[in-house]
Design a protein around this ligand. Structure first.
Ligand code: ZN
Length: 91
């Protein structure tokens, strides 16, 4: 273990690399769509998406992506981001 070094993961949509705490972790469900692995503990291949509305909406609307976001997942992620907005970091 190297202290202070975090593995970077690439956002499915914008392809920028960020540390895991700045990304949503998604896994593929049985029907092939992506669901939110909120606990981060699913023993499946993870897909990552920035905690930005632009990336959540972008991937949801993308027709080119090999992975699709369930509508309910898009809503979960959007709701999560909306709760964070305006409430400040400290709350
Ligand atoms: Zn992104």
């Amino acid at each position: 273990m190297i202290a202070g070094r975090q593995p970077l993961r690439m956002c499915l949509y914008c392809r920028r690399r960020s540390s895991k705490d700045k990304l949503f972790r998604l896994v593929r469900s049985e029907d092939g769509n992506l669901i939110w692995d909120r606990s981060g503990k699913e023993q499946k291949r993870g897909y990552y998406l920035c905690k930005h509305l632009a990336c959540v909406q972008g991937i949801a609307q993308s027709r080119k992506s090999a992975v699709r976001l369930k509508r309910e997942v898009q809503e979960q992620l959007t709701a999560f981001l909306e709760r964070q907005d305006g409430s400040g970091e400290s709350d």
